[in-house]
Design a protein around this ligand. Structure first.
Ligand code: FAD
Length: 298
């Protein structure tokens, strides 16, 4: 199907973008990589009258590490994030997740800002942002504001953003010394959206006792789900197999999955538990210095 006809703008500054969004209100849509919006327009599930293409906005595509925290410009493609030496060397959870987004075309065109704004419940950036406690910076008509990832996602395909706000960058705070992490995703076929996914970051003492834990689940509800109770259970414990098994049982209860074409509720709960166990195993092996590949569930 062809999209409805629309008026096209290619602004060169964020203030121009905001002006256009204010002028055309709900009839306007930002276009970034187009990997979600264009298929929706072709199916006429979205029919904006005005397209504000931010693809040529200067200065919004970058990956920077400053004082241990990582900042990514909203227009940075998934592929560019994956190619970043900082991400590959020091942000394994992000590398795991970005490496399993769609296929090469989706990773080349799709952007981190577009993926977060789209808020697909089965998307990979959502659980990553929640587990790593990312901050989402936006340009708004009255200046800028910063949103916390955990409250950013308010419903399926719905965020805290107003229709006249533009995400400009995402910051992942510096992890504490002794932190290790992994992301694992179960998919029906390589390149699919997740049946279930788990992002885990744990901080370990020198005796390998869990000091801090942060867990977020993807495709586990209408938004990325932070598994606070399971994380609290892990804190202060040595991550022995029996502890990890109990955490897996708890995380399956904390998930709020919905049955759909990718599986029943029970299947997805079981998958969450299994993925958590695998993700903790990968994270612990990484903490011991093993170079373990992750991303796709084993
Ligand atoms: P667009 O499609 O251009 O925009 C998406 C939405 O975000 C629109 O509503 C737009 O108005 C808004 N928007 C875009 N940028 C901004 C901004 N800076 N500020 C405010 N609003 C903005 N994703 C996964 O996570 N995992 C997958 O496995 C996966 N598989 C895919 C497979 C296929 C075949 C396809 C087509 C997509 C897949 N995706 C997957 C989605 C992909 O990650 C998209 O890149 C992403 O969802 C949207 O990014 P985009 O830059 O293309 O945004």
């Amino acid at each position: 199907m062809y999209p409805r006809s629309f008026e096209y703008f290619s602004p060169r500054s964020t203030s121009e973008v905001i002006d256009l969004l204010l002028r055309y209100g709900d009839e306007a849509r930002i276009l970034a990589g187009g990997q979600s919006l264009i298929p929706l327009m072709k199916l006429r599930l979205a029919s904006p009258g005005y397209i504000v293409d931010i693809g040529r906005l200067p200065g919004l595509s970058y990956v920077r590490e400053v004082d241990g925290s990582l900042t990514i410009g909203a227009l940075t493609s998934h592929a560019t994030v994956l190619e970043s030496p900082a991400v590959r060397q020091r942000w394994p959870l992000i590398a795991d997740a970005v490496g399993v987004i769609g296929d090469a075309q989706v990773r080349n065109w799709g952007t981190i800002g577009g993926a977060l704004a789209e808020a697909d419940p089965a998307g990979d950036w959502g659980p990553v942002a929640v587990a790593l406690k990312a901050r989402v910076r936006c340009s708004a008509p009255n200046g800028e504001r910063t949103l916390q990832a955990e409250s950013f996602f308010v419903d399926a395909y719905t965020t805290e953003l107003n229709s006249h706000e533009l995400i400009t960058e995402i910051t992942f705070p510096a992890p504490a010394e002794g932190t290790t992490a992994a992301y694992l995703k179960l998919e029906r076929r390589a390149g699919d959206f997740a049946v279930a996914s788990v992002a885990v970051q744990v901080g370990l003492t020198e005796e390998a006792v869990c000091r801090t834990a942060s867990i977020a689940l993807g495709a586990a509800g209408l938004t990325p789900i932070p598994a606070h109770e399971t994380a609290a259970y892990l804190r202060g414990k040595e991550l022995r197999p029996d502890v990890v098994r109990e955490a897996a049982r708890r995380v399956a209860q904390e998930a709020q999955p919905l049955a759909d074409i990718r599986g029943s509720e029970d299947y997805k709960r079981a998958a969450m538990g299994a993925l958590l166990g695998q993700a903790i195993d990968v994270a612990l092996r990484r903490a011991r210095g093993e170079g373990v590949e992750a991303g796709h569930a084993r």
